[in-house]
Design a protein around this ligand. Structure first.
Ligand code: PEP
Length: 251
């Protein structure tokens, strides 16, 4: 059975004091996390260690926002998957549209980053999504297939350990959310591609998250869709009240 997941991508926000306060505020909320649900926070690298300690008694997990494709070496300022694993980081984002755009991360780099994570035993959340122009000219399904094809090179065991997040770029940080019908349609398509490539069992067991201006008002409707298994939340994850409410929208 695939898990429901609510993940909070803090991006380059919050200093360590603000990060600790947000986690403490979340811990005060009555958040119920059972075996069928994962709640994961993705803070900056420099907060990982402190927040992992702070969450030791909690079911909330910590993930990283990025990893370098190489295991070690002369790559000043970078952090490897092996280093993240040594902190007991369980998840890592790969392919977020901001990194595809600002850091020019392409198919080849993303594939290597995935391999480094699999090797280190960290579960990737592989993000993909179309720009507005693709949706407007009708090429969005083709684009998503192209982006998803990075996973087609991976083994069944690796894909089983991967979460996919569909994040239409036109909805990220814009306040413009995909309709629940648009999200469901794309998630069903992604699941069908996984089924064609890896079979029904893997397709049915893969959690598919929606991301893009998900908030307390629209979370329930989005999460009620058959193939939407939760969300990757940016802006709304920076507010304990809103994030706790979004978690409660998962059932
Ligand atoms: C994101 O960056 O992954 C995201 C979904 O951001 P937001 O919720 O702010 O649109």
């Amino acid at each position: 059975m695939r898990k429901k997941i609510v993940a909070g991508n803090w991006k380059m926000n919050l200093d360590i004091h603000q990060g600790e306060t947000l986690v403490q505020d979340l811990l005060k909320k009555d958040i119920v996390i059972n075996d069928a649900i994962e709640v994961i926070l993705f803070p900056s690298f420099i907060h990982l260690s402190t927040l992992i300690d702070l969450l030791q008694e909690s079911e909330i997990k910590i993930g990283a926002q990025n990893n370098h494709p190489m295991e070690s070496g002369a790559f000043t300022g970078e952090v490897s998957a092996t280093m993240l694993a040594s902190l007991n980081v369980n998840f890592c984002l790969v392919g977020h549209s901001e990194r595809r755009t600002y850091n020019h991360e392409n198919h080849e780099v993303l594939s290597k980053k995935l391999d480094a994570l699999y090797h280190a035993g960290i579960r990737p959340i592989y993000c993909l999504g179309e720009h507005l122009e693709h949706r407007e000219n009708g090429s969005h399904f083709e684009l998503i297939k192209q982006q998803l094809s990075v996973l087609f090179e991976k083994s069944n065991a690796q894909v089983e350990n991967t979460v996919v997040a569909y994040e239409p770029v036109w909805a990220i940080g814009t306040g413009k959310t995909a309709s629940s019908a648009q999200a469901q349609e794309m998630h069903a398509y992604i699941r069908s591609l996984l089924q064609d490539k890896f079979g029904n069992e893997i397709a049915q067991n893969t959690s598919l998250l929606y991301g893009g201006s998900c908030n307390p008002k629209n979370a329930k409707e989005l999460f009620s869709q058959k193939d939407v298994d939760g969300g990757l939340i940016g802006g709304a994850s920076l507010n304990a009240e809103d994030f706790a409410y979004i978690i409660s929208a998962i059932d």
